[in-house]
Design a protein around this ligand. Structure first.
Ligand SMILES: Cc1ncc(COP(=O)(O)O)c(C=O)c1O
Length: 484
């Protein structure tokens, strides 16, 4: 039985789409973008032609022709008795849409420049860290190998790090997880009830949202723009009822914004009134590049302001995503359900990787400096190239994080990404980061690739922008799936 979308919801999504003419083509193009982008997932039964026509206030012929065009382009199927159902032309190769995955992991990079993934290469110390982890043959390597809470020495090191950063922590309050994303799943299972409202920013990191949505939470988005967090809107959204909030205050992905100490205090006050649990994803906390935060002026972790907080971190941005090591830190009274929930998902993370991370943490300063220097240089190259080749694009230079969050002069992000893919640059369009819908004027461009690659990518992007047919149906090359 395919899922369906209500006519009202579809009309709202269509309202956000860019306007083109004639009407049937306009509706078809907007629908295709919604399906292509995962906002109307493949497999969703679309409203009947009559009902959608009434909802949009257009003729039934307009919708009949729009649906026919959608079917022609492979973005829907029409079967007698089951109506029109959204589809992807190359559905088999695009599992996991809505989440963000690097193209190389889906086997689709194909010589293209992949800017879908914001991660730096591993530190040079990685090989030696594994060797040391093996050669030290620690007590952890001789036991059963099951550490559902993590290897004790690593938990201690992470607890010390929180304490040093202003959030006193005991090792018992730390659990090592399978990446930061694993920590989201554990926290949701332990402390959030399916169907509950979850306050969050839009844009947001899509995989965090996907993980919490999978637990049945209902996202309530608070818009986040270049001016930062609108705490009045947060307050009114919280008053309407929320038991939980997802926050990315530390070089928010994708905007790169950093929440100040004062804003953290105010937001925690808002959440405290609702007795809301904060899930704080600080995966990018270690990516300060410039400004006071890079000079040791990083605000205290959100948990220092708000007691009912599960802090979520990981080694992916600070060390290497291939370690697949993340963690969570919670007040002692929240730990019991977290431990119980973890063992329903997996029984622990790989021991050798935890020991390798421990070795890497001994070189923390060196690794952070190398990362900072590389990322700052790449950020500045990307910014300079964009200013020179795409002067109508606007962006602020973030003091941290790993991407520029670009504002396009027109709401054509999805169409542009499809055009850029044809020129062999893979990007994630703005709507991929939208909690609900919109953000067609936005584009995330990571600055993690080498400088020469970024220069070439901008050259190709400029050519794609120049040639972009703003009235055409964006159409994918079915042979080459983009990120999912
Ligand atoms: C905010 C945020 N959280 C989590 C992750 C993924 O973390 P991990 O690789 O540790 O699962 C990312 C990766 O981009 C991220 O940006």
């Amino acid at each position: 039985m395919p899922r369906s979308i209500s006519p009202g919801r579809l009309a709202t999504l269509l309202d956000d789409a860019p306007r083109r003419s004639p009407a049937y083509r306009e509706v078809a193009t907007a629908l295709q973008m919604l399906v292509d982008d995962g906002r109307v997932p493949a497999g969703t039964r679309l409203p009947s032609e009559r009902v959608l026509a009434e909802q949009l206030g257009v003729s039934r012929t307009t919708i009949t022709r729009a649906y026919a065009r959608l079917v022609d382009a492979g973005f829907a199927t029409a079967r007698h008795g089951s109506g029109t159902v959204a589809a992807l032309p190359d559905a088999a190769s695009r599992d996991g849409r809505g989440a963000l995955m690097p193209a190389e992991s889906t086997g689709s990079a194909d010589g293209a420049i992949d800017l879908t993934c914001a991660v730096l290469p591993p530190p040079v110390q990685l090989h030696a860290a594994y060797e040391q982890a093996l050669s030290r043959w620690s007590p952890e390597m001789g036991g059963s190998g099951y550490y559902p809470l993590g290897v004790p020495a690593l938990r201690e090191a992470i607890a010390e790090d929180y304490t040093r950063r202003g959030l006193p922590t005991h090792a018992d309050q730390v659990m090592i997880t399978s990446g930061a994303i694993g920590a989201h799943a554990v926290a949701a299972r332990a402390h959030l009830v399916p169907g509950e409202r979850l306050l969050l920013d839009s844009p947001v990191y899509p995989n965090s949202l996907a993980s919490l949505r999978a637990h049945g939470l209902r996202p309530v988005a608070v818009p986040l723009d270049d001016d930062g967090w609108d705490l009045d809107t947060w307050a009114s959204a919280a008053r309407a009822g929320a038991r939980a909030a997802l926050l990315l205050p530390d070089f928010h992905n994708p905007t790169g914004l950093l929440m100040s100490d004062d804003e953290r205090a105010r937001l925690s006050h808002i959440l405290r009134r609702q007795r809301a649990l904060a899930l704080v994803d600080e995966t990018l906390a270690g990516t300060a590049l410039t400004g006071p935060a890079a000079d040791g002026g990083m605000p205290a972790p959100f948990g220092a302001h708000h007691h009912r907080t599960v802090m979520i971190g990981g080694a992916s941005k600070s060390h290497w995503s291939g370690l697949r090591i993340g963690w969570l830190r919670a007040p002692a009274e929240l730990m019991g359900p977290l431990v119980a929930a973890r063992t329903t998902l997996d029984l622990g993370s790989a021991v050798l990787e935890q020991l390798a991370l421990l070795e890497l943490m001994a070189h923390e300063d060196e690794i952070a400096t190398t990362h900072r220097e590389a990322a700052t240089a790449r950020r500045d190259v990307l910014a300079a190239e964009l200013r020179s080749h795409l002067p109508s694009w606007r962006f602020r230079i973030p003091d941290g994080g790993l991407s520029l969050w670009v504002e396009l002069p027109e709401p054509v992000s999805t169409a542009f990404v499809v055009a850029a893919e044809a020129r062999r640059v893979l990007l994630a369009p703005g709507p991929r980061f939208a909690a609900e819908s919109g953000l067609e004027r936005r584009l995330r461009i990571p600055f993690t690739a080498p400088e020469a690659t970024l220069r070439e990518a901008v050259r190709r992007m400029a050519a794609a922008w120049e040639a972009l047919d703003r009235r055409a149906m964006p159409r994918r090359d079915p042979a080459r799936p983009l990120i999912a």
